[in-house]
Design a protein around this ligand. Structure first.
Ligand SMILES: [Zn+2]
Length: 446
């Protein structure tokens, strides 16, 4: 595989240190994450301006939605990029468009092994401790935790939740045993980052979403009490919600149950902030896997009802708009988009393996590359664009291309040059998608 660490990024990497220092010093200390924030992914670091343009459109309509550029270590490895390139692209977009509010760069899903490369350039850290769920805590830790927190067993009433929970001591002990190891791990990662960057210089998120079963309200309460005990100044928490959050396609699950769960989580957070002196702006983070359109209205309703904030992470949706923009830009762009589909089709298994739990592709529903080669730009865009009303839309093709960015990464400069050549078509699609399909339904509707 071709390895090009800077990946042809038009970045002044030498200037990053200075930019970061200036940027952080302009912020309040501690850094306090705003109420409405949207996580935007930008696989190839070429769409920051088009993404920020969507936030500016929201601002013109009266909603301040703060952009957070998130990119995980896994994405960086697949693309062959470094976190500094995300920071450079984000800062350049903010400068060029004159964005007056904050922006962040999120070290998404990091742990102690992977956080190193993100430390200098990120001001938002998502501590992924899902793998540590179920790891046995230190002997006696669960017992002393419950002795410290007798309120977590017995009858639990949480303002805003009509249901009361009767939690036996045994059940509370079991839940504490399940989650304390993960929270302890979050504490280790947090202290490592704070030791390098200084406490208060960054936003801390704890994520437990990449696991099998959703956390119940009493479990979330236990987790937040434990996080407070670890003295982690957590500002966002990403629990696992009911239902499937497959990459790039809509939510699959019981929408009403999701809405109840989401509202309960908000209530648990409000209760925990008061009970355990957690940061007052603590809010939910939804790792959407992009494009969970059918839960946007329930989320928006809950936010209004509880006057709560939220962070919604999207990621691959922008990369797919790059492909749509290419397909619509003319023969050369369309040829590139077709070449990427063929590559993805031929490397189906390899591309899907790292994402096996978050995609549902039926290979029988994937068009043959020879057939796609005959498509017009309109057909390609129609199959890929996430418009469920369009008969051309094919969610199997969309999911495959969602995980297919490695194919574009392997094309190297040839792909990046094409992004530049087709910029007008691509940025129109990127901005329109982020604004109309995500920001508007979440933050401006109803
Ligand atoms: Zn996630």
């Amino acid at each position: 595989m071709k390895k090009d660490l800077t990946f042809g990024m038009p970045v002044d990497i030498v200037a990053i240190g200075t930019l970061e220092e200036r940027y952080v010093s302009e912020k309040t200390n501690p850094v306090v994450l705003e109420k409405y924030t949207i996580g935007v992914g930008d696989r190839f670091a070429h769409q920051a301006k088009a993404q920020l343009a969507a936030c500016m459109r929201a601002e013109a309509r009266g909603a301040t939605v703060i952009p957070v550029w998130n990119k995980s270590n896994r994405e960086h490895k697949i693309v062959g990029s470094i976190p500094a390139s995300t920071r450079a692209a984000a800062d350049a977009a903010v400068r060029e468009l004159g964005w007056k509010h904050a922006h962040y760069v999120d070290a998404d899903h990091i742990n102690l092994d992977t956080v190193g490369a993100f430390l200098d350039v990120c001001d938002f850290f998502t501590l992924d401790v899902a793998d540590a769920i179920g790891r046995p805590p230190a002997p006696g830790a669960a017992e002393s935790f419950l002795a410290r927190h007798p309120e977590l067993a017995g009858r639990i009433e949480i303002p805003g939740i009509s249901e009361t929970f009767d939690i036996s001591r045994e059940a509370a002990l079991k839940a504490a045993t399940k989650y304390l190891g993960a929270v302890a791990e979050a504490g280790r990662i947090y202290r490592h980052i704070a030791g390098k960057k200084g406490a208060g210089a960054f936003v801390t998120e704890v994520s437990m979403d990449e696991t099998d079963s959703p956390q119940t309200p009493p479990e979330l309460l236990i987790i937040l009490a434990a996080i407070a005990d670890e003295k982690i100044p957590i500002q966002t928490i990403a629990p696992k919600f009911t239902g499937r959050f497959n990459k790039g396609v809509d939510y699959v699950g019981d929408v009403e149950q999701f809405e109840r769960e989401f509202a309960s989580d908000i209530a648990v957070i409000a209760h925990s902030v008061a009970a355990y002196s957690l940061p007052a702006n603590l809010k939910l983070s939804v790792h959407s896997g992009s494009d969970k359109f059918s839960i946007y209205a329930p989320i928006a309703r809950s936010l209004r009802k509880f006057n709560a904030g939220v962070h919604v992470k999207t990621a691959g949706t922008t990369w797919l708009e790059e492909l749509i923009g290419l397909a619509e830009a003319g023969p050369e762009g369309l040829a590139t988009a077709k070449e990427i589909y063929r590559g993805a089709f031929e490397h189906l298994e390899e591309l899907c393996a790292p994402y096996a739990t978050v995609i549902d592709i039926d290979p029988a529903r994937l068009p043959a590359p020879d057939a796609v080669d005959k498509w017009t730009g309109e057909q390609y865009a129609g199959a890929l664009r996430h418009d469920q009303k369009n008969p051309l839309f094919n969610p199997h093709l969309r999911q495959l291309l969602h995980v297919g960015f490695k194919i574009a990464a392997k094309m190297g400069a040839r792909y990046l040059d094409m992004l530049v050549a087709c910029e007008a078509s691509i940025s129109r699609n990127v901005t329109e998608n982020l604004y109309s399909r995500h920001i508007e339904p979440l933050f401006l509707k109803g």
